[in-house]
Design a protein around this ligand. Structure first.
Ligand code: FES
Length: 165
């Protein structure tokens, strides 16, 4: 059975954000990656309507926009929560239980690594390679906040804190 992801419409606020983004850059292909990065930062994923508009505004074929969007792993092509939870799966973190953290986060947030978001729309989960903080393994990063020596018992407190900030 195939899984379908329902696509929410762009909100008025999202459309305003897009207006602002397109005002910031010259309207040509050289702006493409910067525009996609800003869409990712401000709307948190590359909505198909935002890709259509990027194609029109920058006068770049839709297929070209799509191929750049799919090439870079940092771009999300499905709805993503406002905050990205990253679990480091580098060697140091892996041997200190990062796999168990992923399982527990998936359970607590009701997401799958790389897909979906928590019911409140706040969190998505991703596994990443070494984030350069091996001495603090296992490491969880929520947006720009690094959490060191994370055990499954610490997760609830981390999410509580992140919900408040
Ligand atoms: S392996 Fe996780 S920070 Fe290096």
């Amino acid at each position: 059975m195939s899984e379908t992801v329902s696509i929410p419409k762009l909100t008025k606020d999202d459309t305003k954000k897009l207006d602002g983004i397109f005002k910031r850059y010259p309207k040509n292909e050289a702006s493409l990656i910067m525009v996609l990065q800003d869409i990712q930062d401000e709307i948190h994923w590359l909505h198909p309507d935002a890709l259509d508009r990027t194609s029109e505004e920058l006068d770049v074929p839709r297929g070209r926009v799509e191929s750049v969007a799919t090439f870079y792993r940092a771009f999300a092509l499905e709805p993503r929560g406002k905050k990205l939870v990253k679990v480091c799966m580098g060697t140091a973190c892996h041997v200190r239980g990062a796999g168990m953290l992923v399982d527990e986060i998936e359970r607590q947030l009701g997401v799958t690594a790389g897909h979906g978001m928590s019911e409140d729309g706040l969190f998505s989960l991703e596994t990443v390679n070494c984030v350069g903080a091996c001495a603090m393994a296992p490491v969880v990063v929520v947006d720009d906040n690094y959490y060191a020596e994370v055990g499954t018992g610490k997760l609830e407190k981390i999410f509580k804190q992140e919900r408040k900030s």
